[in-house]
Design a protein around this ligand. Structure first.
Ligand SMILES: O=C(O)[C@@H](O)[C@H](O)[C@H](O)C(=O)CO
Length: 494
């Protein structure tokens, strides 16, 4: 360690003996009288500090040969945030394209940064839903720590975001905000009445007539007396469609306003507030999108982005399923509505929607928010399939055995009987499973079960070997992400 400390003190990183050490040269920085560098030895990644000054004194670590070797702890991450602002998340607002890069493992962000660096789009690296935290056993502290250390490792100074994703409960919103998350995705799915779609016109009318007169009058005056004029959007309101949309969305709009007033307007910092109405059975028609957006504007609620439930299927980890002509027709209106109300269109379940990415880039004029998560996990699985076939086979079989359990968390139309039987696939062919939709969804939705699976003695059945394999294959994983997420960006016009 003495040689490392001396080389760092001189600022001569090339002099560091790297025979048993990986040096992340992009991490090197000086603050006050302290030099900092991230390295990885056989005991994992460490933050090395030399010199003097406040940050040196505040970092917690072992004093060795005149320097300090610091573990990548939550407390040390907070110290980095305090002295190196670029390592803390930021809000981006509506004037720059952004991409959610959900990292369920806490090891994907370096590859994400290498992919996006220098492009006209900014990464929301710390994006996880409460559902993902529950399935992986992680916390929002873990998520933000991993992203911040990745930013430090890569020396990435263009800014990154932190999205408390698909939040439904106030305690989860408070949790994410307390930790400094810079984006909130409010999931309104439990306030959207999906039963309305199944009612007859007469049943809809009868239910609507029971609403307060003042409420009905307000909606009818706003949406039936004149056709809204949104350049680029084709909108037709009828009394019947209006009654349905009011019954479906009115409670959700009240919820959006209440959360905005209680948590967003009271903040002393910028936060990107996203409205998610995508995880519902009811597709969001352009008229419904306009109604929600206009009601929010009438109530003084300003948002960063809106995630509608598009027509067709945006399933996890695979390409778009549906009529692309119809999708394009509605996308044009959705994008025009977002422009009209001055926010970005947010595309959830954005992983691998290659057939519609060019349309999304075109109609949003390159100003969108795209969310991915599953595809980043699957690139890690692809690495395992390539270098540790035994582990991949055990994980694949476990996923097959527990698939039904996983369908409780994600809507998929996977046909697991269509997946080539594992025994008939040779080791070199295993990575091909990541190119087959049914196998992709099998491994995607079982991520939590796989990571949390335990042996009879309580040890992790796959996770320890999985993370060890990925640690040994750090560069391969980053290259896989650069290739796969790079394909996303290229088709989006970035
Ligand atoms: O799996 C989750 O809960 C999230 O990744 C969620 O799906 C996210 O909002 C998303 O759309 C990622 O593509």
């Amino acid at each position: 360690m003495k040689q490392l400390i001396e080389a760092l003190q001189s600022g001569n990183l090339a002099a560091i003996n790297t025979s048993d050490l990986k040096v992340y040269a992009s991490s090197f920085t000086e603050v006050g009288g302290t030099k900092l560098l991230l390295v990885r030895s056989n005991t994992g990644k460490k933050l090395v500090a030399v010199g003097k000054g406040e940050i040196y004194d505040q970092l917690i670590g072992e004093s060795v040969d005149g320097g300090k070797i610091c573990p990548l702890t939550h407390e040390n991450r907070l110290t980095l945030n305090q002295f190196l602002p670029y390592t803390a998340p930021q809000a981006f607002g509506t004037q720059v394209a952004t991409m959610g890069l959900g990292d369920r493992l806490g090891i994907a962000s370096p590859g994400h940064i290498q992919t996006l660096r220098g492009k006209d789009i900014r990464p929301v690296l710390a994006q996880q839903s409460i559902r993902e935290l529950a399935l992986t056993g992680r916390t929002y502290e873990d998520v933000l720590d991993a992203a911040a250390y990745a930013v430090f490792q890569e020396g990435y100074r263009d800014g990154y975001g932190a999205d408390g994703d698909h939040l439904k409960k106030e305690e989860d919103i408070e949790y994410a905000l307390r930790l400094g998350f810079t984006m909130l995705t409010l999931d309104c799915s439990e306030k959207i009445d999906n039963t309305i779609d199944g009612l007859t016109d007469a049943e809809v009318a009868a239910k609507y007539e029971k609403l307060p007169t003042s409420l009905r009058s307000r909606y009818e005056e706003r949406y039936l007396q004149a056709t809204p004029n949104v350049p680029g959007a084709s909108l037709t309101f009828t009394r019947q469609s209006l009654m349905k949309d009011v019954l479906i969305y009115d409670a959700a709009i009240d919820f959006m306003e209440a959360i905005f007033r209680k948590y967003i307007t009271t903040l002393d910092r910028a936060v990107d507030f996203e409205i998610s109405i995508d995880e519902t059975a009811t597709p969001t028609s352009p008229e419904a999108h306009f109604l929600v957006a206009n009601e929010l504007r009438q109530r003084g609620v300003t948002i960063f982005s809106m995630a509608p439930r598009f027509c067709g299927e945006f399933q996890k980890g695979i390409d778009y399923i549906g009529d692309i002509a119809q999708f394009e027709k509605e996308l044009a209106s959705h994008a025009a509505i977002a422009v009209h109300f001055e926010y970005k269109l947010s595309i959830h379940s954005g992983s691998d929607k290659f057939s519609v990415f060019p349309l999304i880039g075109q109609y949003t004029n390159g100003l969108f928010h795209l969310k991915t998560a599953g595809t980043n996990w699957l690139e890690a699985v692809r690495v395992v399939a390539k270098v540790n076939p035994s582990l991949y086979r055990r994980m694949h079989q476990y996923a097959l055995d527990h698939f039904e359990e996983a369908t409780a968390y994600y809507h998929v139309t996977t046909d697991i009987n269509a997946i080539t039987p594992l025994a008939s696939v040779s080791d070199p062919q295993l990575p091909e499973y990541m190119n087959e939709n049914n196998a992709r969804q099998l491994l995607h939705i079982t991520y939590g079960l796989l990571l949390q699976a335990k042996n009879a003695d309580g040890s992790k059945q796959f996770a320890d070997e999985f993370f060890q394999t990925l640690a040994e294959q750090e560069e391969s994983f980053a290259e896989g992400l650069k290739k796969h997420i790079g394909k996303h960006l290229e088709l989006l016009g970035k």
